[in-house]
Design a protein around this ligand. Sequence first.
Ligand code: SF4
Length: 545
Amino acid sequence: MTVFDRERLLFTPASAEPDAIGTIFAFPNEYSVGITSLGYQIVWATLARRSDLRVSRLFTDLHEPLVRSPQLLGFSFSWELDYINILNLLEFLEIPLHSCDRDDSHPLVFGGGSVLSANPEPFADFFDIILVGDGENLLDDFIDAYQEVKNSDYPPGSGKADRQTKLRHLAQVPGIYVPSLYEVTYSSPDGEIQAIAPIDANIPPTVQKQTYRGNVLSASTVVTEKAAWENIYMVEVVRSCPEMCRFCLASYLTLPFRTASLEGSLIPAIEKGLKVTDRIGLLGASVTQHPEFESLLDYLSQPQYDSVRLSIASVRTNTVTEKLAKTLARRDTRSITIAVESGSEKVRKIINKKLTNEEIIQAAINAKAGGLKAIKLYGMVGIPGEEDSDLEQTLEMLQAVKKAASGLRITFGCSTFVPKSHTPFQWFGVNKDAQKKLKWLEKQLRSRGIEFRPESYNWSVIQALISRGDRRLSSVLKLTRQYGDSLGSYKRAFKELKGKLPALDDYVHSDWQTSRILPWDCIDGPLPKTTLIKHLNEATNFWQK
Ligand code: SF4
């Protein structure tokens, strides 16, 4: 029995028509990781429901029997460092790594997912097509447009369309970005971007990220014991987050905040899932902010669901009630994670985190009273405007939490601020003192009985590089693929390519002028740049006073 035979499908794949388009849909990691991605599941099911496609799935460790001579090859790309696996899979399929080296004998390579929606540019050379935004309508629009163009007779007499004709046609579809049809010029090889422009007047000047506005959100299309979360059935409760913390990609990139209808989407989805598993994951950037979250909890608290195991992706601090804690504790959850960012009120104002220390302490008290055993607080150092006294306040806040909820295991997870595209903080660099700040916190917390779990500072630097990278970064990525994914490898690649692209420091640590042309300026995100600058100015007011 293969891994695929063990899957329980919650949709009916179509039988492919004789002239169906051969398509490979890949996840650039192992099967257990890919099949646990709701995004991958949804896109695969959308493609597999179409009788005009013949789809086979490909992962790094296994694959279905692959279609011969595929016309389309797609990647779901949700973790930055998986680019290495994308390049490996292209080689495995004997497809040139660079879009410019492919010809009519090769499939069109398309990609989508959170990494590409945020900033496609470091990967632009590897993809023919990038789908920007929500897939709900975009995927079908893409396939329909491909069907329209594939048999158009260009060049005349050929009986089919050549690669360039297909790409030009697809570039007209809102949300489809064809990087090769945009030219980027620089002030010098290692200087700033001077302009990003379509290669001619027939190509749209910018690409609008697509936003799905329905109130039926997604849910698992497949459940399997081989998933990283064994037998998990995932339900998307909300999309985006209305809080708009100024560094937050999960909020700004996916605005507006949308909620699944309780009666029309959530309950039918959960009932469908519970027919095949007893493990439910509620997903979304800010699940507990669903306006009917209490009713959802009441629904899941019914006695017939006593054996259901429940996980919640994200909980806003001031929504941790005793009732929520009790429901989770009864449903096999022992701990809860909340993002507090900082114990300093000034820093929370800078980032627009609408939270008080009293609310954080109360959340811990409620978690304990509801029967949970542990709480994980998540914070960040290196936030623009942060001073040493702000870190001291974080320490004091953590001690106050420990005192108020004694017996509850407290963990403080801490990352470094990383600038993200389409957010008001995209112009700030990574603070070079962040590593020192993490070390200081580690030392202080060790002696106070609070477990500290810092995220690697070096990993934050790599994230920032990819987050603010432009097309010139693709040569770095190709080198680091051979050197390994440590920060040292990236530094080595930059040294080797000196003079051909800006220094690592410029991408990662420099504060950028708001007048600077950004690598992702050809993509229109949810908010215009003028609004992001307004939000940035509101933030800087808090430390310039
Ligand atoms: S509350 Fe969390 S998800 Fe929402 S904007 Fe703030 S950091 Fe992002």
